[in-house]
Design a protein around this ligand. Structure first.
Ligand SMILES: [Zn+2]
Length: 76
């Protein structure tokens, strides 16, 4: 079994915009990043979802992307 604890310690969490399922008893949610212009429906129970906030590990793009961003500052 891989250590989940280690991952939690290494990845900082921050309040993240998410869509949460409005159905009671359903834990369905998705990051706002993946949402569409219209209100998404829950993938579990197909009820409409509402926007909210949730403590989530920071979404870290690949290291290569971060380097690209830093290099990208120099345009000219
Ligand atoms: Zn649901």
């Amino acid at each position: 079994m891989y250590s989940r604890k280690k991952v939690l310690e290494e990845i900082p969490e921050e309040m993240t915009a998410v869509w949460s399922c409005t159905s009671e008893g359903c834990n369905g949610w998705m990051r706002d990043n993946f949402a569409f212009e219209t209100v998404p429906t829950c993938g579990l129970c197909h009820k409409p979802m509402e926007s909210g906030m949730k403590m989530l590990p920071l979404l870290v793009n690949t290291n290569r992307d971060q380097k690209t961003l830093r290099k990208g500052v120099s345009i000219g």
